[in-house]
Design a protein around this ligand. Structure first.
Ligand code: ZN
Length: 240
């Protein structure tokens, strides 16, 4: 017997979708039976479609995508979609394997380049997230936004820093090393922060922008799981 099943409209692949989980950990197991998407991917796509319905006409950047789910649709339908990966050995701004190399902590894009930055479960792996949020803010156009998922695992407690840069640029571990899957490295990606809801304050302190935390629970769209908040950081337009 499945742990959970529902049917309805998949924000990624459309009407007539069925969603089934064979394991109670819905975050990684409540899959669309047609496109294979995860709940957090459907939540992010729903937010893009509802809040940024003109995303296909925008200039989009996605850091560190896995080419599935949302990322495949953005790549297929948005002519100005730029995916980037951080290859530690490649020059920033180069494209050694056909994909541009960028470090979120020091992007090579000019100020005001993008309507939307998209990241999916990336910001829990960045060693200097304040720098990343500043760079995201810098490279957004006025009126643009960063739309992202990140696991907010410490819902009612402060964010816990697990790893950070040492002054010499190396990595200092403050907690046991935990790794998530990494699309470009078999070593996995080190978890640097167990974020809490205080991430919004952290972003404001880093770059002066406000962030909305959007929680969707909607079985008709297959959106139910642990840690599927979608965050939207807004860069305001100058007042006229
Ligand atoms: Zn689907």
């Amino acid at each position: 017997v499945p742990a959970l099943e529902s049917s309805g409209t998949c924000p990624i692949c459309g009407d007539g979708a069925a969603f089934v989980a064979h394991n109670p950990w819905l975050r990684d197991n409540f899959l669309c039976q047609r496109c294979g998407s995860l709940p957090r991917e459907r939540a992010l796509m729903a937010v893009l479609n509802e809040r940024f319905p003109l995303w296909r006409q925008g200039v989009l950047h996605e850091s560190s995508p896995v080419m599935r789910g949302v990322s495949s649709r953005l790549a297929a339908e948005c002519p100005n979609y730029t995916p980037t990966q951080f290859y530690p050995d490649a020059p920033l701004g180069s494209a050694p394997q056909g994909v541009r190399c960028e470090n979120l902590e020091c992007l090579t894009f000019p100020d005001g380049s993008f309507d939307l930055h998209v990241t999916q479960d990336v910001l829990e792996h960045v060693l200097d997230p304040a720098a990343a949020f500043r760079e995201i803010a810098r490279t957004l156009k006025p009126g643009g936004a960063h739309v992202f998922t990140v696991p907010l695992v410490n819902k009612h407690w402060p964010t816990v820093v697990r790893a950070r840069y040492r002054p010499d640029g190396g990595v200092e571990l403050l907690a046991e090393a935990v790794y998530h899957g990494n699309p470009i490295s078999e070593d996995g990606a080190l978890v640097t922060r167990d974020w809490g809801f205080d991430i919004c304050r952290f972003i404001f302190d880093a770059c002066g922008l406000f962030t909305d935390t959007i929680i969707i629970d909607d079985l008709s769209r297959g959106i139910r799981a642990e840690y599927i908040e979608v965050l939207v950081t807004w860069k305001p337009r100058p007042e006229a």
